[in-house]
Every structure is written in structure tokens, then in C-alpha cells.
Design a protein around this ligand. Structure first.
Ligand SMILES: Cc1ncc(COP(=O)(O)O)c(C=O)c1O
Length: 379
């Protein structure tokens, strides 16, 4: 049975061109980028070419890219690194109630170390208001961290407005753009961010790869200790095949951004129409327009989302119950709770996230299966 994979927000398959680019660096060119001989130089050139490709996707300068071991590490480096660097006695961070655990738990760790964190609420569609960000700023605020797009409901946050506020107050702005990069245009200057996290495995690159954009002049302290790699910001011998794969994935994402966006929006809207036509009382989560093109979060009252995921899986359709990172847990996600959803509705939430290889026929098949399963459970 072929799987209809509709869980691209959890992870994506490695693109064949990405795999092709990586293979050379597993075998033939296996050098250490710190070595000065020919093999080392090949590796160094590959790392720098990848840095250029990552920077191009987000409108940054290659010198502003630090490779990391994924999105979580990029978030940690941004948040802990700016906290450790803060010398002026400022100890206040502003964030939202719907951040990914990578940001949430980095902030909680700082709270446990005496930092103050303001957790801003969001509205029923998952948006934080820029006014609430501005109001929360105190003389002690050194960092605002607001995700670009939410991984559970797809809502895109008003970062440009928040960026204007942070710049006018001279406060660092970090964004976790792990879900938005490669799906919608992400340009660091337009958003006005100083720090931005991205991850390879959400954009058809390898798992365990990512990057942090660090605006020139931003002072960060490393959170690891070791050699001189990545300008002293991230230590350890570089994962050359991984970095090459991340670079290639970014290059493809930039090349295909417009066509993929249209393709994904078409699939999402088809799925949405079919669900709304076929299943009474389907509740669509997130912002109606300001959201990611590939993601649809829908709640079905009186039904267990997790049970539905299992039933769909048995029939070859892979989706997620809420966030992939909280799958398996029975308590409702902090994101759905922050939207003010009733528990009975929140537990019946499914996340569909389409990808480049999905077809309208697959979406129609998944929608009709879903309709049968939900309506049968409700009988
Ligand atoms: C919004 C967001 N931030 C961070 C991460 C963590 O990235 P990684 O899996 O590369 O550590 C994820 C992964 O699900 C995510 O969706």
C-alpha cells in the first residue's frame, strides 16, 4: 500500500537533487573543512557555497549564517546566546504562548535562571497583536522572540510590525521561521529581524541540519565550547554532507518558491472544500488568509484526533494530531489551548500538511476516507 503522506510540517523526504549533492561528501570528498590540504579545501569550499545558498533564500549576507544541528539548536543559540551576551543588566524577554517547544523551553530555562519572560496571548486565530508586544516592553527587555508561522495551525504572525517596534526601541528580534522558510517569501530585512532560525528537514533537506541568521553587529555568546568553527559560534567538526544538503535544499526552495506555493495552496484549498462539504461541524483553525500555503488544521468535535490518525494510518494516509512534537501525548496542545478552544474540540484536531509530490487525486482520496471515518464515528 502506497502511503499518502500529508505530514510535511513534521518532516519532508530528502529531495533527490539534495541527496545527489550530499553523496559526494560522504565518500569521495570526505575531508575536514579545517584541514589545509586539498581535501580540506574541498570541504571548506562546499561549506561556504552552502552558506551562500542559505543566505540567498532569506536575503542575508553569507557571513550572517551560522550552521547548526537543526531548528531547535538555532532557537537555543538565539535565545540563550543573546541572554548570555546581555551585559547591560537587562533580563526581560517577550515571547508568545504558541511558540514551538524549542523556543518555549529555552525561555523557561532562562526563567529558572532568574530571567523574566512575558508570555503574550494570541487571538482566536493565533495572532499576537503588535500593540501587546509594544506594551510589554520595559527598560529591562533585551529580546523579543515571536515565531514567523505556527507549526500547528499555520498562522503567520505580524512580524513586520513587530520588527518596526523592536528596531525603534533597540531590542533584538528573533523569529523561529522553521515552518515558513521555503513556503512563503522570508527576507530578513523586510521582517526586520536580527536573528532567524531555519531547519533543513522541513524543506526537503537532511534532518539534523539548520542555521541561525545573525544580523551583522548582533552580539551573541556561544552555547557550546570547543574549536573555532562557525566563527566561534558553533563548535565541532562541520557536518559537511548535511551542510551541503541544507544549502542545496535552500537553493531548490528559492528556485521553486512561487510554483510550489501555488501548488500547495491549490491542494490545501481542495482539501478544505472537500472537508467542509463532507463533514458537518468541521472547525478550521488558524487565520483564514494569513497562513501557510501547505497546512490545514481542522477540529472535529466529539472525536479523538489521535484515534483518527491511527485509523487513517491503517488505510495508508499519514497526518498528524496537532503538532508532531506532541504527538502521542493526550493532553491538548498549548497552541490550541492558547486559541481558547474547548478541550472537547481541541482533542479532535488533525493537521494536514501537503508537500511538493502530493497530487489532487491523493487529497481527494484522503478527504473521502476522512469523511467516512468521521461520519462513522459520529453515528
Ligand atoms: C516551528 C518549529 N520550530 C522548531 C522546530 C524544531 O526544529 P528541528 O526539528 O530541526 O530541531 C520545529 C520542528 O517541528 C518547528 O516546527
Amino acid at each position: 500500500m502506497e502511503t499518502i503522506y500529508l505530514d510535511h510540517s513534521a518532516t519532508t523526504p530528502v529531495h533527490p537533487e539534495v541527496l545527489g549533492a550530499m553523496m559526494t561528501y560522504f565518500g569521495h570528498h570526505f575531508g575536514n573543512a579545517s584541514s589545509i590540504h586539498r581535501e580540506g579545501r574541498f570541504a571548506r569550499e562546499a561549506v561556504e557555497a552552502a552558506r551562500f545558498q542559505v543566505a540567498a533564500l532569506i536575503g542575508a549576507d553569507p557571513a550572517e549564517i551560522v550552521f547548526t544541528g537543526g531548528g531547535t539548536e538555532a532557537d537555543n543559540l538565539a535565545i540563550l546566546g543573546s541572554a548570555f551576551a546581555e551585559q547591560a543588566g537587562r533580563n526581560h524577554i517577550i515571547t508568545t504562548a504558541i511558540e514551538h517547544h524549542a523556543v518555549e523551553n529555552a525561555c523557561r530555562h532562562l526563567e529558572s535562571q532568574g530571567f523574566e519572560v512575558t508570555w503574550l496571548p494570541v487571538d482566536g486565530q493565533g495572532r499576537v497583536s503588535p500593540e501587546s508586544v509594544e506594551k510589554a516592553i520595559t527598560a529591562k527587555t533585551f529580546l523579543i522572540t515571536v515565531m514567523h508561522a505556527n507549526n500547528e495551525i499555520g498562522t503567520v504572525e505580524p512580524l513586520q510590525e513587530i520588527g518596526a517596534i523592536s528596531r525603534s526601541k533597540g531590542i533584538l528580534l528573533h523569529t523561529d521561521a522553521v515552518q515558513s522558510v521555503g513556503k512563503i517569501p522570508v527576507r530578513v530585512d523586510e521582517l526586520g529581524v536580527d536573528l532567524l532560525s531555519l531547519a533543513g528537514h522541513k524543506i526537503y533537506g537532511p534532518k539534523g541540519t539548520g542555521a541561525l541568521y545573525v544580523r551583522r553587529g548582533t552580539v551573541l555568546k556561544p552555547i557550546t565550547f570547543g574549536g573555532h568553527q562557525e566563527g566561534g559560534m558553533r563548535h565541532g567538526t562541520e557536518n559537511i554532507p548535511g551542510v551541503v544538503g541544507l544549502g542545496k535544499a535552500c537553493q531548490i526552495a528559492l528556485r521553486d518558491l512561487d510554483t510550489q506555493r501555488a501548488h500547495l495552496e491549490g491542494l490545501r484549498d481542495l482539501l478544505l472544500t472537500k472537508i467542509c462539504e463532507g463533514i458537518p461541524d468541521a472547525h478550521v483553525n488558524g487565520h483564514p488568509n494569513g497562513r501557510l500555503p501547505h497546512l490545514l488544521s481542522v477540529s472535529f468535535a466529539g472525536i479523538s484526533g489521535e484515534a483518527l490518525v491511527r485509523e487513517l494510518d491503517l488505510r495508508g494516509v499519514a497526518v498528524s494530531a496537532g503538532s508532531a512534537c506532541t504527538a502521542g501525548s493526550t493532553k491538548i496542545s498549548h497552541v490550541l489551548a492558547a486559541l481558547g478552544m474547548e478541550e472537547a474540540l481541541a482533542v479532535g484536531t488533525l493537521r494536514f500538511s501537503m508537500g511538493r509530490d502530493n497530487t489532487p487525486a491523493e487529497v481527494l482520496q484522503a478527504a473521502s476516507l476522512l469523511k467516512r471515518l468521521v461520519n462513522r464515528r459520529r453515528m
